[in-house]
Design a protein around this ligand. Structure first.
Ligand code: HEC
Ligand code: HEC
Ligand code: HEC
Ligand code: HEC
Length: 189
């Protein structure tokens, strides 16, 4: 075994250089993935999101009145569960895009209730477009049509969910405004 390793390292300088790059590449990737994972975990915490989004009215106050914050069984969905993907590549993309929010925070784009409301429709439309494009992927990390007991659901749900499965519809097509108030000026689909 050592003989083979020895032969590898005694190859001409070019091959040796390639090995150094390969090893350095692997080390850099491991450090990057590890570092990003820690960063993502920290910035996915509810406390982090509401360090900017805590207002007497607005996303946080509205959320704490809903079933996703408080329910019979005590399973809570936090902001990032719905707004940040779980998979590595989409999560990385989401975190990069979120850099714009830091800019808008410093610029004070939504720092008063009036400014927030004026911009709410535009922001909601961005969220809907993201969920539309992903097929409500984040909702489905917890919910799943197959796991629903339709017998226990209300009359309208019992009728609509099988239809949705057949037509390939997904959660956000029908469930807008479940956590936050619908924006003024939103006319429905
Ligand atoms: C540094 C302050 C700050 C933090 C921390 C922050 N946000 Fe934001 N967020 C903003 C600002 C400012 C906007 C408005 C951006 C705009 O108007 O384009 C925004 C917009 C949004 C939007 C609207 C959609 C969009 O893309 O504009 C969502 C959803 C959102 N934030 C969710 C979150 C979640 C979830 C977290 C925690 C993981 C979080 N935010 C953490 C400042 C912040
Ligand atoms: C982290 C897990 C999680 C995520 C993510 C999640 N939910 Fe939920 N959802 C729950 C739980 C838990 C309940 C409450 C179940 C109960 O107690 O009956 C719930 C309840 C609901 C209800 C029932 C509301 C009511 O008043 O009875 C709807 C509708 C719903 N979710 C839609 C969605 C949609 C749409 C998304 C994506 C935008 C989503 N959920 C994302 C966990 C989640
Ligand atoms: C075609 C429209 C449609 C789609 C798509 C849809 N739903 Fe629903 N859902 C409904 C209707 C209508 C109700 C009844 C709620 C009401 O009457 O306000 C409902 C009710 C619910 C309830 C409460 C059930 C009860 O009776 O306790 C949950 C939870 C729920 N939906 C989750 C989801 C999730 C998660 C998805 C995506 C996987 C989804 N729905 C996709 C139309 C839809
Ligand atoms: C169960 C899923 C879910 C959770 C939990 C959730 N959101 Fe949202 N959020 C949505 C959806 C869906 C929209 C798109 C607008 C709508 O349908 O109400 C949205 C829209 C927004 C917007 C755009 C403005 C608006 O009111 O539409 C902001 C900002 C936002 N969320 C921030 C947050 C923050 C901060 C938290 C945690 C305190 C949070 N969200 C928790 C699903 C969620």
């Amino acid at each position: 075994m050592f003989g083979r390793l020895g032969r590898l390292f005694s190859r001409p300088a070019v091959a040796g250089g390639a090995w150094v790059f390969l090893v350095a590449g692997i080390v850099a990737t491991v450090l990057f993935v590890g570092g990003f994972t820690v960063f993502a975990d920290q910035t996915n915490r509810l406390e982090f999101c509401i360090s900017c989004h805590e207002m007497e009215s607005g996303p946080y106050a509205e959320y704490t009145k809903t079933i996703h914050y408080n329910n019979r069984t005590g399973v809570r969905a936090v902001c990032a569960d719905c707004h940040v993907p779980k998979e590595f590549v989409p999560k990385l993309a989401a975190k990069v895009i979120a850099a714009k929010d830091v800019y808008h925070h410093l610029a004070g784009t939504i720092d008063t209730k009036d400014k927030f409301e004026a911009r709410r429709l535009e922001m909601a439309q961005r969220v809907w477009a993201t969920m539309e494009a992903s097929g409500s992927r984040e909702c489905k990390t917890c919910h799943n049509f197959q796991a629903m007991n339709l017998d226990e659901q209300g009359r309208r749900a019992k009728k609509k969910h099988p239809e949705a499965m057949q037509d390939g519809k997904h959660c956000i097509n029908c469930h807008k405004g479940i956590v936050h108030e619908l924006p003024k000026g939103y006319e429905g689909d």
